[in-house]
Design a protein around this ligand. Structure first.
Ligand code: NOJ
Length: 547
């Protein structure tokens, strides 16, 4: 069934965290060869596109978000030839390929930053290098904090720039670029074209709201510090500055040189959906992640609120709404829903669930995650599925401290365990040691997998018709005919703990409470998140109906 809209307006995009997807050479690290071998799995799952997290050469100070060369492939992941083969193989089964571009910062091992440190003034001007404050310049140039903890400035200890400070809103290995410099702008437009020429269909833009800083880099003390990625409540001179929009007008022109037009997805943590919509004006970016859906607790009233807000604000600029339940930066959905639910949108720290001390009930979380998936996939617009969501994987919260890799752990002074728990290598089959993630008996995965993941492996779920994997496959198969081009969301008048909407005769009902709810007489159940739904919708369950 041919879609009535450009593909990106209604697509289901599967996020491939390449380091943890599948390992094709037995070194315990996911790679392009492993991904290439699983294109068939993705085709059978029924996704329209994949978004691959950064796969460029990187010292891995932040899992590849510290890019040393934007026009090549990280050796641990493969080669440019393999990348081309992957792009072609995905296209051959109708899957589009979206890459991740990281324009806010480079690696400190990028040739530009190395030249800057070596004293090249032209290179230095591509970054934010400043003298410090205090009698001897011993204090950072302003009060900005790194998202990962600690000051956003590092003092250069030797070489021609000794004693100066450079800005890094993330890890010290991620110096921020100076986007006032025209060479930076020209370079990135060229990088986009490099990949578009290879058939890449679009880019997810990392930290899209960060590129331009307020002139003079003023202190931001009165505004919220740019700490947690989800906690952007107010304007801060490091984020969401008006000048950033001009960059994206230039990028849109690059995308428009291609047929079909290439597309952009903004990762922008801004203070409201209204601010986000400004990135989606007709001559700017195509879509943006709207993250409130993943901040919603498991409560019908909150879900209704975030859904309405996302739809209305995207429509105000003619963009499709987007739905994200999780990604590589936040706690996995199953775990987020496995503890008591607050009555407000959640923040990062709560999401990781570590501070409450409450034990997670993963079976409950999994039941809710199944229901949430049916809500997500029934909504208009685009949906993102983070690898492992289709397997119902939970967050691994008890990793030993000495295996943690996320820079957040060290930069927070070992108080924030960071994001490793949602980045564990996938279980493909039931055989240990790596559940089929890596070939070879001696393989050791880059993060350890838990001892009980055989039961969540693809192989185990293939056998079980009621598994999460089969639920996702069924939902993705039905979505084009039932929902993809259906009309607007019309809310139905239902009990407080239920959210139910109609789109052109098809209905989605979700019960976030515990009491059974009677379904409309005469409606037929097309798909239910838990087995055995008939006439009555139990708690923590969603259903698709045909009326
Ligand atoms: C957002 C990415 O999703 C995250 O993983 C990364 O650490 C930061 N941007 C910095 O690049």
């Amino acid at each position: 069934m041919a879609p009535q809209h450009p593909w990106w307006q209604t697509a289901v995009v599967y996020q491939v965290y390449i380091r943890s997807f599948a390992d094709g050479n037995g070194d315990g690290i996911g790679d392009i060869r492993g991904l290439r071998a699983r294109v068939g799995y993705l085709g059978a799952l029924g996704v329209d596109a994949i978004w691959i997290n950064p796969w460029y050469p990187s010292p891995m100070a932040d899992a590849g978000y510290d890019v040393a060369d934007y026009r090549d492939i990280e050796p641990a992941y493969g080669t440019l030839t393999e990348a081309q083969d992957l792009i072609d193989a995905a296209h051959a089964v109708g899957i589009r390929v979206i890459l991740d571009i990281v324009p806010n910062h480079t690696s400190d091992r990028h040739a530009w930053f190395e030249a800057a440190l070596a004293g090249d003034p032209a290179a230095r001007d591509r970054y934010h290098v400043r003298p410090g404050r205090g009698a001897n310049g011993e204090l950072p140039p302003n009060d900005w904090q790194s998202v990962f903890g600690g000051p956003a400035w590092t003092r250069i200890t030797d070489g021609p720039l000794q004693g100066q400070w450079y800005l890094h809103l993330f890890a010290p290995g991620q110096p921020d670029l100076n986007w006032e410099n025209p060479e930076v702008r020209a370079e990135f437009e060229d990088i986009l074209a490099f990949w578009f020429d290879r058939g890449v269909d679009g880019f997810r833009i990392d930290v899209a709201h960060g590129l331009v800083k307020a002139e003079g880099l003023p202190d931001g003390a009165q505004a919220d510090a740019p700490q947690a990625m989800l906690q952007v409540e107010a304007q801060h001179p490091a984020w969401d500055q008006d000048g950033v929009h001009d960059i994206y007008r230039g990028w849109r022109s690059v995308a428009q040189r291609y047929t079909p037009e290439r597309i952009f997805i903004a990762e922008a943590w801004v203070s409201s959906n209204e601010r986000l919509a400004r990135y989606l004006r007709p001559d700017e970016l195509h879509t943006a992640f709207q993250f409130d859906f993943l901040r919603s607790p498991w409560r019908a009233a909150n879900l209704r609120g975030v859904i309405d807000d996302a739809i209305t604000s995207a429509a105000s600029v003619g963009a499709p709404p987007t739905w994200v339940l999780s990604n590589h930066d936040v706690t996995r959905t199953v775990t987020r829903f496995s503890r008591s639910q607050p009555d407000h949108l959640v923040e990062t720290d709560w999401e990781r669930g570590r501070w409450s001390g409450e034990e997670p009930d993963h079976e409950l979380g999994r039941r809710r995650a199944r229901a949430a998936a049916l809500v997500q996939l029934a909504l208009p617009g685009t949906a993102y599925v983070y690898q492992g969501e289709e397997l119902g994987l939970e967050e691994i919260e008890d990793l030993p401290d000495d295996v943690r890799q996320d820079p957040t752990w060290a930069q927070s002074g070992f108080t924030d365990v960071g994001r490793d728990g949602c980045r564990i290598p996938l279980p493909w089959n039931e055989s240990e040691p790596t559940y089929g993630f890596a070939d070879g008996p001696d393989a050791v995965t880059w993060l350890p997998q838990p001892g009980h993941w055989a039961e969540h492996s693809v192989e185990a779920q293939e056998r079980d018709p009621d598994s999460m994997l089969h639920l996702y496959r069924a939902a993705l198969k039905l979505r084009p005919s039932l929902w993809r081009d259906a009309g607007e969301v019309t809310w139905l008048d239902v009990a407080a703990e239920v959210a139910a909407f109609d789109r052109g005769g098809a209905q989605c009902w979700v019960n976030t409470g515990t009491a059974d709810v009677t379904l409309p007489a005469g409606a037929s159940v097309v798909l239910a998140s838990s087995p055995g739904v008939d006439g009555v919708l139990p708690g923590d369950t969603a259903v698709w109906l045909q009326t």
